[in-house]
Design a protein around this ligand. Sequence first.
Ligand code: NDP
Length: 302
Amino acid sequence: MAEPASPAQIIDGKIYAERLRRDVADEVARLRAEHGLQPGLAVVLVGDDPASQIYVRSKGEHSLAAGMHSATYRLPAETTQDELVSLVKALNADPAIHGILVQLPLPKHLDERAVLAMLDPEKDVDGLTMINAGRLASGLPGLYPCTPVGCMMLLREAVGDLTGRRAVVVGRSMLVGRPIAQLLLQADCTVTIAHSRTRDLAAVCREADILVAAVGRPRMIRGDWIKPGAAVIDVGINRVPFDNPEKAAQGKTKVVGDVHFKEAAQVAGWITPVPGGVGLMTVAALLQNTVTAAKRAAGLEA
Ligand code: NDP
């Protein structure tokens, strides 16, 4: 880690996500030309959650733009467990599909765990099956969750070598917090996982050379929780009313992270903005995971 800059350098997710998507597109073109292999991604959306609809559209568009085969399944909110499981089984068996993503959250009447348990781990490009979580925890190659993979890419681009750094991850979900902590451990960081029961969270955060916020609470992490010069990765995506009272009165909202950006940027060495940081990397990492899955399925080195 170099000497901290003040205010913080912004880690621009747009630049890195674009580059990763370009690299993926080049690799897809090569696979198609040299091996007749077109990586295929299936995205399954149940119900009409507005945020999920945006994510699913973006995933479909970006996979097509990368030259991949893309199939999007939009199922009604009243889809039954059996119907969803049947679709997952059919996709497991479809040779044109190398990656399957079931957009979460599912409607309340569906059992997420049971659906994920049906996914072929070799097509589990979101890295959410027990098998892939176990591989990650054991330090074995596998398909790892996309947002954590994207966070690690940003950290490596910005900070370089992470060896020996103190990392604090706030949040312990299977989707974000836990896998990021595992990846930081693999990168030889000394890792603390904090959560809602952590005592004196501010003091724990202040120890971090690398602070990852994956909480889902707008601007919870304040400037004085941050060690000067730290790298701050803000995973949070929270909708809040505009600060401007006129816009707020019109019911307009904006997206902010889990970190109080203005305060944190005065203290941190590096920081990801929201929007424009981690979120953009998530889709790019999904495309990369799909290419990896396709290569493994075809017996090519991934
Ligand atoms: P979850 O709700 O599953 O997990 C939140 C975690 O934060 C839990 O471990 C919880 O602790 C912890 N937490 C909640 N409140 C506090 C608190 N006051 N102090 C300390 N820890 C707390 O959320 P996700 O992990 O799925 O998502 C986290 C955020 O990341 C959300 O804003 C989400 O929208 C965003 N996200 C962004 C993505 C992207 O592409 N940028 C992708 C996925 C998510 P406990 O376990 O004790 O309850």
